[in-house]
Design a protein around this ligand. Structure first.
Ligand code: SME
Length: 151
């Protein structure tokens, strides 16, 4: 189970020791991925130049390194300014498949802590249906909230 506060504390220590944003975004992905065997793909997309660009990830290689706002689960989360938890991706019309094995997906937006401006998102896929619980979402929001302070 992901401990968002614990991961945020470790990231804070690394930041205090001089780690920069790219390294911290990588460390966040590593920390999240290591916390659950049900997290089969974990990545960060950043909103740059009006589109989502894949910053770093752990999991099956993907060709979806750029996603337009409004497309797929990732782009819809930005367009609708909300986190999205999809229990069964096969039920979606606008799903962009990274892996044929994926059954559920969650996107949690990374926001500026003061303005709420969206800077990117955490994107997780699982090969299990309905893998992401309210607790997963709550802990991921803590990590995303911490990452929002890096922009
Ligand atoms: N499934 C996402 C695309 C990103 S991959 O999962 C890594 C979507 O529908 O936006």
């Amino acid at each position: 189970m992901l401990d968002g506060s614990g991961l945020a504390a470790r990231l804070s220590e690394r930041r205090a020791a001089g780690a920069e944003r790219d390294a911290l975004l990588r460390a966040a992905v590593e920390g999240i991925e290591a916390s659950s065997k049900h997290y089969d793909w974990v990545g960060v997309y950043l909103l740059e130049g009006g589109e989502l660009r894949l910053h770093n990830y752990i999991g099956e290689e993907t060709e979806h390194t750029r996603i337009a706002v409004g497309h797929g689960v990732c782009g819809t989360a930005v367009a609708e300014n909300r986190d999205i938890n999809v229990p069964d991706v096969r039920a979606l019309d606008n799903y962009i498949a990274c892996s044929a094995h994926t059954r559920s997906e969650i996107v949690v937006l990374i926001r500026d802590p003061e303005t709420g401006t969206v800077h990117g998102q955490l994107d997780l896929d699982s090969d299990r249906e309905a893998a992401f619980t309210d607790e997963d979402e709550r802990e991921l929001k803590i990590v995303a909230g911490w990452l929002g302070g890096l922009f």
